[in-house]
Design a protein around this ligand. Structure first.
Ligand code: HEM
Length: 522
């Protein structure tokens, strides 16, 4: 027994240091194990990409960050491409399967938005919908936009499409036989639609000022600012951006504050039983106006309170989101039809059969215009108005077995995906008939080879309104007039280059000569 006690004591003596070290070793092992797990994850390689320089990485390739530049790089490095701009990781996605992983499989990780210094400042620190990070605030703002602003229930937006299309047809009719700048006309058309839907005003007063403010915003949104990639340069502001930003936002403040004040005043004077049939977006948003932003119980739709900054941010989103994208699509569609006369003939024959030349197109005709709808889809495939979807990762992630670190900027190249030869036959050709096939992809977000409106949580909430405007405007333009290129220009001589920015309109405006086609008054 004594022996046993001794043995026990001995064992205790030998175990004590062991226990102590065990206490140290266990957490250490745990840390090592965790490290190993995260290492294995990190050991998934970064996606391939051009080798960067020390510190600045690939910043010398800044001019390649366009849909075309990235598509060219994808030919060399593949559909998932990595670049490092200073301290920022960037990943470009150029094929459908990788896009599906980003937008569907891991959409909870990839639903944040990247924002440059300019974007953060000009959106009142992401007080809008487009640049708000994914989370309860964005969710409620988006719900509000979808239900109150962009839905068919918002009668004013849809009515403004019809009225403005009528106005453009009258304008063209006054210029029959002359060269008309159809690009400027459709930009004017969509600007009027959105301006009226947002502010309710049908007059042109103030529009030019507003458009020039937005143009400066556009330039600032895409301007290269080195401080975006090298954080310690933010204070120094070597390119002198800050003064320009303050001036631009000051101009917008002055403009929209006045409109908001007028709406508040109008609301105050309005009788209680006034219907809201013709309420504009500012009216709708003012119903949620409060001094401080409030996001509470998510199930309660009315619990959100918007500040002036939120209202300004949303209005800006709508102006940016709506104006140029719809106009660009209409101009591209007509341009492609001018280059492909056999398709123009086919759409116009369809219009003659379905509508007849003795009356104007009506809303009820649109669903029957199958080939016209194919033309719209083919245009959105070849010329997506928003060529790059901009997302940001909230956590480390893996895409197609490549490591994408937290905080990476992810650009989904819709333009390149729409022209990917692995997804499309004759991808560079304008062939609307490909969409006649019932198994052809649709644009609603579940066919990743064709995502002009994005897909998933951050997809475009203005899709329905856009398609309505696109179908209606094109149907009217193509039904009411025949079109010729000016001065005997051949279709092959047309300039089909695009501008690379947040949207991708035609680089040079389309000039055409209309002739009246229908026998009814216009
Ligand atoms: C042909 C016309 C249009 C096209 C092709 C288009 C396309 C897009 C695309 C690709 C996105 C980003 C999707 C993503 O990041 O995954 C987007 C977002 C958005 N669009 Fe559009 N858009 C159009 C018209 C409109 C219109 C008319 C409005 C408003 C009236 C609008 C409002 C928005 C808003 C608010 C967002 C941000 C959504 C969010 O981040 O949650 N868009 N759009």
């Amino acid at each position: 027994m004594q022996v046993n006690m001794d043995l026990l004591n001995q064992a205790k003596i030998t175990l004590e240091p062991f226990q102590t070290s065990l206490l140290l070793i266990l957490p250490l092992t745990l840390v090592l194990l965790l490290n190993l797990v995260s290492k294995t994850r990190k050991n998934a390689p970064y996606p391939p990409g051009p080798k960067g320089l020390p510190l600045i990485g690939n910043m010398n390739m800044m001019d390649k960050l366009t849909h075309r530049g990235l598509a060219n790089l994808a030919k060399l490095y593949g559909g998932v491409l990595h670049l490092r701009m200073g301290f920022i990781h960037m990943v470009a996605i150029s094929n459908a399967e990788a896009a599906r992983e980003v937008l569907q499989l891991h959409d909870n990780i990839f639903s944040n938005r990247p924002a440059t210094i300019a974007i953060s400042y000009l959106t009142y620190n992401r007080a809008d919908v487009v640049f708000a990070h994914y989370g309860p605030f964005w969710r409620q703002m988006r719900k509000l936009c979808v239900m109150k602003l962009f839905s068919r229930k918002h009668v004013e937006s849809w009515q403004s499409v019809r009225d403005e299309v009528d106005a453009v047809i009258t304008n063209i009719n006054d210029n029959v036989g002359k060269s008309v700048n159809i690009g400027d006309m459709v930009f004017n058309l969509t600007k009027n639609i959105i301006y009226r839907a947002a502010f309710g005003s049908t007059s042109n007063e103030g529009q030019d000022e507003f458009i020039s403010i937005l143009q400066e915003f556009s330039k600032l949104f895409v301007a290269f600012n080195i401080a975006d990639y090298v954080p310690f340069l933010r204070v120094v502001d070597p390119q002198g951006f800050n003064a320009r930003l303050v001036k631009a936002r000051g101009a917008l403040d002055g403009f929209i504050d006045k409109i908001i004040d007028e709406h508040v005043e109008k609301k105050r004077n309005m009788s209680i039983d006034c219907g809201d049939e013709d309420s504009d977006m500012v009216d709708e948003l003012l119903a949620f106006y409060g001094d401080e932003v409030k996001v509470s119980n998510e199930s309660d739709d009315n619990s959100i309170k918007l500040t002036r900054d939120n209202i300004k941010g949303i209005i800006m989103d709508v102006m940016f989101g709506g104006t140029e994208s719809i106009a660009a699509a209409i101009e591209w569609a007509i341009s492609e039809l001018m280059r492909n006369p056999q398709d123009l003939k086919r759409v116009q024959e369809e219009l003659a059969t379905v509508v007849g030349l003795d009356r104007r197109v009506e809303e009820s005709d649109i669903e029957k215009l199958t080939y016209l709808k194919c033309v719209v889809k083919e245009t959105l495939r070849l010329h997506p108005p928003v060529p790059l979807l901009l997302h940001e990762t909230a956590e480390d992630a893996t895409i197609r077995s490549y490591f994408v670190p937290k905080g990476s900027r992810v650009m989904i190249n819709v333009w390149a995906i729409g022209r990917d030869k692995d997804s499309w036959e004759d991808p560079e050709e304008f062939k609307p008939s490909r969409f006649l096939n019932s198994s052809a992809p649709n644009f609603k977000g579940s066919n990743f080879e064709f995502i002009p409106f994005g897909s998933g949580r951050r997809s475009c909430p203005g899709m329905q309104l856009s398609m309505y405007a696109l179908d209606l405007a094109l149907a009217h333009l193509l039904h009411c007039f025949t079109w010729e290129l000016p001065n005997g220009m051949k279709p092959s001589e047309m300039d089909m280059n695009d501008v690379c920015g947040l949207s991708a309109p035609k680089a040079s405006r389309l000039i055409v000569v209309p002739a009246k086609r229908v026998v009814c008054p216009l």
